[in-house]
Design a binder for this molecule. Structure first.
Ligand code: MTE
Length: 326
């Protein structure tokens, strides 16, 4: 986000339209092609991508059932784009840094501590999270505040399932997500771009909205490291920076959490961060977006939709001035 830099297609996404991971990752074929000289230039990046995949546990499939309520008309982004063009500043600020460097993230024996204003504080491991509710596949648009978007088939369940289990008490009004900050694993932490750890937050009613997803996978498999392994949230009606990756702590609070991007640049990144084509970022328009994978010179940008097209959340903001509470 340090960038200086036809609403919704009509195609129906079929599983066959998502680049199969096996194809993308057929390492032997790739190396053969490299040897034959049929791949050049971007090949090295692709090789690095494969190395990161190889180092992560991301080949593990997850048993899921597609939730028909959350199927979009938009074509899902190719796996290689969704996993090769990322924001995960703990691994560097370049879009290709996460895929290059996130191989060092250790995701085994990961736990998430649930604390604060709840009757049942607890520490849950990833196995416990995977079993907490049936895993669903949901296809969501993700709109980054920088002006690009993707369409990703996530695997997870509504965060509300976890919230029910820990029983928020009467004082709980917000929920704060703290993500891993461990220098030996995360080379980007050496940069002062943010005050680490990366912290995000939601109002409790936003967190309980069925759209808010606790994601444990994507494209039918566990999350690749660069996409926030082993557990993240996805809040599809908000700019992507609200969707915190690699969460280690979830705290229920009375007061609005102090969030990383809001602290770093309060005039640019608000707490709410609802996708809103009518409110420009101080340095660029938010009225349109570039869909990753549609990058040809002749491709028109897409119109950005209010709440990223998720109009069902409108009532959460009744009576609020979304120009001021951006
Ligand atoms: N979470 C952490 N911990 N660190 C980050 O830098 N970047 C955010 C969000 N979650 C970020 C993060 C931003 S700006 C975006 S757009 C999305 O992750 C990108 O998610 P993706 O790489 O899976 O598309």
């Amino acid at each position: 986000m340090l960038i200086k830099q036809n609403p919704n297609g009509v195609e129906r996404p079929f599983a066959s339209e998502i680049t199969p991971r096996e194809v993308f990752e057929s390492r032997r074929q790739f190396i053969q092609q490299l040897a034959l000289g049929t791949i050049a230039g971007s090949a090295l990046l692709e090789m690095a991508t494969r190395e990161a995949f190889a180092q992560s546990a991301s080949s593990q499939k997850l048993a899921t059932k597609r939730n028909a309520t959350y199927v979009l008309m938009d074509k899902p982004t190719d796996y290689k784009d969704a996993t090769g063009y990322n924001n995960f500043y703990e691994f560097g600020t370049d879009k290709t840094d996460p895929v290059r460097y996130a191989g060092s993230l250790r995701t085994s024996q990961w736990t998430v501590a649930i604390e604060g204003e709840v009757n049942k504080p607890q520490v849950i491991d990833i196995d416990g999270l995977r079993k907490l509710a049936p895993l669903e596949e949901r296809i969501y648009r993700l709109r980054c505040v920088e002006g690009w978007s993707m369409v990703i088939p996530w695997v997870g369940y509504s965060l509300s399932e976890l919230i029910k289990k820990v029983e928020p008490n009467g004082n709980a009004r917000y929920i704060e997500f703290t993500t891993l900050a461990d220098k030996p694993q995360m080379p980007g932490l050496g940069s002062p771009v943010l005050d680490w750890p990366y912290v995000e937050g939601l109002r409790l009613d936003e967190a309980k909205h069925p759209l808010t997803l606790l994601a444990l996978g994507m494209y039918g498999e566990v999350l690749p490291n660069q996409n926030g392994a082993p557990v993240r949230v996805v809040v599809p009606w908000k700019y992507g920076f609200k969707s915190a990756k690699s969460i280690v702590k979830i705290r229920f609070t009375r007061d609005q959490p102090k969030t990383a991007w809001n602290l770093a640049a309060p005039g640019e990144y608000g707490f709410y961060a609802n996708v809103n084509p009518g409110v420009d970022h101080p340095r660029w328009s938010q009225s349109s977006e570039r869909r990753i994978g549609e990058d040809s010179f002749f491709t028109r940008k897409r119109k950005t939709l209010m709440f990223n097209g998720y109009g069902e959340v409108t009532s959460l903001y009744a009576g609020m001035d979304l120009r001021k509470l951006y």
